[in-house]
Design a protein around this ligand. Structure first.
Ligand SMILES: [Zn+2]
Length: 353
């Protein structure tokens, strides 16, 4: 699996609540590098690679499968659609963009209308509210919209094909968090070459962008002894970002590990030591209270699951031109595999021993 496989993955839509197509593809990839893949009612999927020692801790490598998007809220008599967000979609960059709407007869192409600069009072230009945006699918009436298989409640995403950018960089929508799902697949591929002591569950969870709902179900069900969560974090190395406030994370300088809150100190220590041993570059991030990732609900599941967050730097998060460095994705996967290999029955990850 390589960079070009990731580009194909990124072209499959997977808005929160409608992850079926993305998950199908992830299952096909992970089936080749695991013993079995299982799913649950809402579409969480996990690949299991059995370890050689049943007393070694069961480890979960988790990512989220969903992406932000839009949902059709209303269809007016002239055939224009109103939309709302699925998750943290950014309405300021929505006008004049093409979208794909998933209707009952398949994809319908649409665009978010933008009144021409000549026709509007630009002195009154401001960030549009969701209710101000409208989608044009080239239909003349509500009836015609219905005929094309579109109704209230259909999901949509930006149309934006993933591309390679100057070799190591990848640009597109939904890198958050398809690259995390890809990283845990790469880790599983590495582990499948020589089974480690610990049994590994690579878990791709649904509905993170709308409150980590899938991770709640999966953490409870799989009940791991330790969990690593793979998501993206803001690369703050572009102009105008207050690094004293947000910290500095740079693209291409390796995955970032977080400190505080969900991040169990002993799991973090182990990650740092395996990274040093294998010469994997690491960056550091501080968490005041919440990681805003699936780690928040995994570590508080059941009796408390020792957890750590590994984040891949990403520029322009929640836009159609998210940018990541392929090298960082590979480094995150190497870190995951090295961590799993380091586990033995002695590892209980209990603060008080
Ligand atoms: Zn994410």
């Amino acid at each position: 699996m390589k960079q070009k496989d990731l580009l194909k993955i990124l072209d499959v839509p997977s808005p929160s609540g409608w992850e079926k197509a993305g998950q199908k593809q992830w299952i096909e990839l992970t089936e080749r590098v695991s013993d079995r893949v299982e799913t649950d009612a809402y579409g969480n999927a996990w690949a299991v690679l059995k370890g050689t020692n049943k007393d070694a801790p069961r480890v979960m490598l988790e990512a989220h499968a969903d992406e932000i998007g839009f949902i059709v809220r209303h269809v007016d008599e002239k055939g224009f659609l109103s939309i709302g967000p699925i998750g943290g979609s950014d309405r300021t960059l929505a006008p004049a963009r093409r979208i794909s709407i998933f209707g009952s007869d398949g994809i319908v192409h649409g665009l978010i209308g933008n009144t021409a600069i000549h026709l509007r009072d630009t002195s009154k230009d401001k960030t549009p509210e969701w209710k101000d945006l409208f989608v044009d699918i080239g239909a003349g009436s509500a009836k015609e919209v219905a005929k094309r298989g579109i109704r209230v409640g259909n999901p949509a995403i930006f149309e934006s094909s993933a591309t390679e950018f100057h070799g190591d960089h990848i640009v597109g929508r939904a890198l958050d968090n398809r690259i995390g799902g890809f990283a845990i697949t790469l880790a599983l591929q590495e582990l499948s070459k020589k089974r480690p002591a610990a049994t590994a569950y690579a878990v791709n969870c649904v509905q993170e962008e709308i409150g980590s709902q899938g991770a709640r179900m999966a953490a409870h069900r799989i009940d791991p002894a330790v969990a690593l969560v793979f998501d993206v974090t803001h690369a703050t190395d572009t102009p105008g970002i207050a690094v004293k406030e947000h910290g500095l994370v740079e693209l291409g300088k390796g995955p970032a590990i977080s400190h505080g809150a969900a991040n169990h100190t002993l799991v973090v220590e182990r990650l740092i030591s395996v990274a040093e041993k294998h010469k994997i570059p690491l960056q550091h991030e501080a968490v005041s209270r919440s990681t805003h990732t699936d780690a928040d609900v995994i570590y508080t599941a059941r009796n408390g699951i020792p957890c750590a967050l590994i984040s891949i730097p990403l520029r322009y998060m929640h836009s159609p031109v998210e940018m990541a460095a392929y090298h960082d994705i590979e480094s995150a996967a190497r870190l995951a595999a090295a961590f799993v290999k380091s586990l033995s029955e002695k590892d209980t990850f209990r603060i008080h021993g």
